[in-house]
Write a protein that binds this ligand. Structure first.
Ligand SMILES: [Cu+2]
Length: 132
């Protein structure tokens, strides 16, 4: 019963945090980027370079193309996923016609936005992400 009670407390605390009314609610994103998979050229984002402000950045992955995509962000000299590259997480993978949103905390610097689906970043689905 004691364990159950604690579990319920955790659930309530989580629900409390989910609303925007509480002082401990997660801050809203300060900026957002729309990463659109190019519908004309396979394995490309529509922009070679994306720019955003530092802070909590919402990434939207929009997929009007054939095939699944996701977006991962890293800070490194050379993309992608090499030893020592600082990763900022990867979004859910979306299929044609779908959109997904994810929020990451970014500090100023030169980053990469790559598709996390196997073979996609290797095939060139990598763009620059400049954070000011
Ligand atoms: Cu992809």
């Amino acid at each position: 019963m004691r364990r159950g009670g604690c579990f319920l407390c955790l659930v309530l605390a989580f629900v409390g945090c989910a609303g925007n009314g509480g002082g401990h609610a997660a801050p809203l994103p300060t900026s957002s980027i729309a990463f659109v998979a190019d519908r004309n050229t396979p394995l490309r984002w529509t922009k070679k370079t994306y720019r955003t402000e530092a802070g909590r950045v919402q990434h939207r992955v929009i997929d009007p193309s054939q095939g699944p995509h996701s977006v991962g962000v890293e800070k490194s000299q050379k993309c992608c996923k090499q030893r020592g590259d600082k990763q900022f997480g990867t979004s859910k993978t979306v299929s044609t016609g779908e959109t997904t949103r994810t929020v990451v905390e970014l500090s100023p610097g030169r980053h990469w936005a790559y598709c996390g689906v196997d073979g996609h970043w290797q095939g060139g689905m990598v763009s620059r992400l400049i954070v000011k």
